[in-house]
Design a binder for this molecule. Structure first.
Ligand code: PEP
Ligand code: MG
Length: 757
């Protein structure tokens, strides 16, 4: 059957925009199903809404099925064809639905007469919102074009559904609001919110929700009583442009590796005639200046957030920030106060580039409610900005302008803290500073018996080099090379990369530097690389797998590393190696790159060592063979624990299962170290395990002598190393390797009071 899908998509667009302007959003879903069924000549069209908490779809609108089914038909994730489409994040079409193994029969809704079935998930990014389903009596009647059209509609619906929070949950709508009130009440009474630490430190400031439509950080006066002229608006534009250029210059100096043109979108929008011209136009036709700014900013926010292109959607925060700046410049005579000093940002989601921008604008801390990706946590740690993850319900209860104190070490947020709380934290801050005082660190670390141990720094941003020197790092044991890739709009060129890597090598002044090749995938996504949706990204196209599949990008990076290491003392390691074969393939490519550089007459060092990051159980099993082949091994304990124990390192709900002291983890690390030592190869550890005071004696006891750490922990790590002799450490490690149960391990650690010396 021939269908005019273009008409359908246009009609739906119109329905959505009507519902937004007329506020009749509740009827929207029903209007959509009627329209889709009509255009597609389908006998049935239904919309299901997904409840994340219960992992359940509920029928919310239907044309063709019995009306009683609305709210009553529920499908678990994976259940029925619709549940399967939702689970696998893909469209599923069945010519004869009842023959499909996934088909689920619901008595009484008159579904059995329909043969053709097409279910399309409604998604926002990777987030499940719901499903759109069409059914018809005629077998095999939906084509691939119909799937495309339905997908386009689902994409448009996603934002609207999410925005108006039609997401039903198990409590139903009134239940949900009752629960919300209860949470709000609890928050008001307790004044303490508990979450999870993502980047330590304390911060004080006023709450500011990003993403709220208010013009953040300043109370807007009534536009009618605050008349401004077009000339004042033009001056505000000039001041805003000056400030942004200044910010760009400053961040390019301080964060050269990641902050190239980070404010370019701000400037582009500001210079765009359609943006400023439209505001001026509104002002000329009588709209008060502040109102004109907020109207045009809201229009841009709407357009950007609905864009299909992730890169455009990412600009929402930029345009809001611009609106704020223009407003504040208009209202304030102090034109340099347009930053986030004294403010703690509350956001559902943040991009690494947002963090960089807000950091340049002096934000005090972050509270996020969508969970914390590892790169956001790492970037905040590098920038020294505290970050806490809390639930969305709690985040929603924080009012803008509320005074807060964040203890990101404990993952606690105090609302309207009392003077006693402030006083307690002033004391704690002093104690923390004394504990992390770089001047207490000696340039060489030795055990109680005089054995040398080497403390190296993990570097994420070039700005980490400063603390690396202050804390007397003896080298860089892990350079996480992904950040320049994550914050750009495209892959950095070989030359751009070379400039960054060379700076790193230069500034380490001959000390050893270990580069890690790109580790993206998992929860570190590149918005400009259109990867297929992965149901399980941590088990998907990550790290060395990505590099081996994208050889050009891999080679550019390897050549840049090799050139930067021309003067020697640099090494290259590959993340997430799963087999000896992975390593051999990566090494062969590195050798090809060396040949290319040689042919081109570019200086590099043929002796650059090539190593393996030991992060997977499969690599542990072949540790002996890897140690034979590779020049060195480096233990990535963060991932090793995650994959060994099958516990997502970013998932708060299973964080109690993420156990560094699990016997399987400790025995694996011992096997890696033993394999390396047998083959006389260098071995080190660069995961967070080595800063766990309870684990340090074990690590020394099994023979590790090189620790690459977040260098701020150097004073504590060095102090602890000095309190153990190797004999003591070996005895402790031997005893721990004997234990097979977690409970026994915990009892042992407690009884020996490890880490408390
Ligand atoms: C690790 O997995 O231990 C590691 C150091 O790498 P990352 O934390 O960057 O995954
Ligand atoms: Mg890792």
């Amino acid at each position: 059957m021939k269908r005019r899908n273009v008409d359908l998509v246009c009609d739906i667009t119109e329905l959505i925009s009507q519902s937004e302007t007329e506020g009749n959003r509740k009827e929207l879903l029903q209007s959509v199903v009627v329209s889709v069924a009509k255009h597609m000549h389908a006998d049935v069209c239904s919309i299901y809404i997904y409840d994340e908490e219960n992992e359940e779809l509920t029928l919310r609108a239907t044309q063709g099925l019995s009306a009683e089914a609305i709210g009553a038909v529920k499908l678990k994730l994976g259940e029925g064809i619709t549940g399967q489409a939702m689970q696998e994040l893909r469209a599923i079409s069945a010519g004869q639905a009842s023959q499909s193994t996934s088909y689920k029969y619901f008595p009484g809704i008159n579904e059995e007469q329909y043969n053709a079935f097409l279910a399309v998930p409604i998604l926002r990014g990777l987030r499940r919102i719901g499903a759109l389903v069409v059914q018809a009596r005629e077998e095999n009647c939906f084509s691939s074009n119909d799937t495309k059209a339905l997908r386009a509609i689902a994409a448009q619906l996603a934002t609207t559904i999410e925005n108006v929070q039609l997401l039903s949950n198990a409590l139903g709508e009134s239940g949900a609001s009752i629960e919300k009130d209860a949470i709000a009440q609890k928050v008001a009474q307790q004044r303490i919110l508990r979450g999870r630490s993502a980047s330590v430190g304390t911060a004080r400031g006023q709450a500011l929700t990003l993403g709220s439509n208010q013009n953040e950080s300043c109370a807007l006066p009534d536009p009618d009583t605050e008349p401004h002229t077009i000339e004042e608006f033009e001056t505000a534009i000039k001041n805003t442009a000056r400030q942004i250029n200044q910010l760009q210059r400053q961040t390019s100096e301080e964060l050269a590796d990641v902050a190239v043109l980070i404010f370019s979108a701000h400037l582009l929008i500001l210079e765009d005639e359609q943006f400023t011209g439209r505001i001026s136009g509104l002002i000329r036709t009588g709209t008060p200046v502040l109102k004109a700014i907020s109207t045009v900013v809201s229009e841009y926010v709407e357009i950007f957030s609905n864009s299909k292109m992730p890169l455009i959607r990412e600009k929402v925060l930029d345009v809001k920030d611009l609106g704020n700046r223009l407003t504040r410049n208009l209202l304030s005579k102090e034109t340099d106060s347009c930053d986030y000093r004294g403010q703690i940002i509350i956001a559902h989601e943040l991009l690494p580039s947002d963090i960089l921008k807000l950091s340049a604008e002096n934000v005090e801390g972050f509270i996020v409610s969508s969970g914390v990706t590892s790169h956001n946590a790492i970037i905040c740690r590098s920038l020294g900005i505290p970050m806490v993850a809390i639930s969305r319900e709690l985040a929603d209860c924080i009012a803008d302008g509320e005074e807060m104190l964040m203890d990101a070490e404990q993952g606690i947020v105090y609302l309207r803290p009392s003077e006693e709380v402030y006083a307690k934290y002033r004391d704690l801050d002093k104690a923390w500073k004394a504990l992390h005082n770089a001047s207490n660190v000696k340039s060489k670390t030795k055990t109680k018996c005089g054995e040398r141990i080497y403390i190296h720094a993990n570097i994420n941003l070039l700005s980490d080099l400063k603390p690396a020197h202050q804390f007397k790092a003896e080298g860089v044991g892990l350079y996480r090379s992904e950040f320049p890739f994550i914050v750009r709009n495209d892959f950095p060129t070989e030359e751009e990369q070379y400039a960054i890597y060379q700076k790193l090598v230069d500034q380490m002044k001959g000390k050893s530097v270990t580069f890690r090749t790109l580790d993206i995938g998992g929860d570190k996504m590149l918005s400009y690389y259109s990867n297929v949706h992965e149901a399980n990204p941590f088990l998907g196209m990550r790290a060395i797998r990505f590099s081996l599949q994208n050889k050009d990008i891999f080679c550019q990076q390897l050549r840049a590393f090799l050139r930067a290491g021309a003067a020697g003392n640099t090494r290259i390691m590959f993340p997430l190696v799963a087999s000896v074969d992975d390593f051999i393939e990566a090494r062969a490519i590195a050798h090809e790159c060396m040949d290319e550089l040689e042919a081109a007459g570019q200086p590099f060092s043929r002796d650059t060592q090539l190593g393996v990051m030991m992060e997977l159980p499969s690599a542990v099993e072949v540790a002996v063979e890897l140690a034979e082949e590779a020049d060195f091994l480096s233990i990535g304990s963060n991932d090793l624990i995650q994959y060994m124990l099958a516990v997502d390192r970013t998932n708060e709900q299973v964080s109690n299962l993420y156990l560094a002291h699990h016997p399987a983890v400790l025995r694996s690390i011992n096997r890696i170290v033993a394999a390396a030592r047998t083959h006389g190869k260098d071995v080190s550890i660069c995961g967070d395990l080595s800063t766990d005071p309870r684990m340090l004696p074990f690590l020394m006891g099994i023979g590790l002598r090189k620790f690459s750490i977040d260098i701020i922990n150097a004073p504590a790590v060095q102090r602890l190393i000095q309190t153990y002799s190797l004999d003591e450490a070996e005895e402790i490690a031997g005893a721990m390797l004997e234990l097979g149960r977690i409970s026994e391990m915990e009892a042992f650690l407690d009884s020996r009071k490890l880490g408390t010396k």
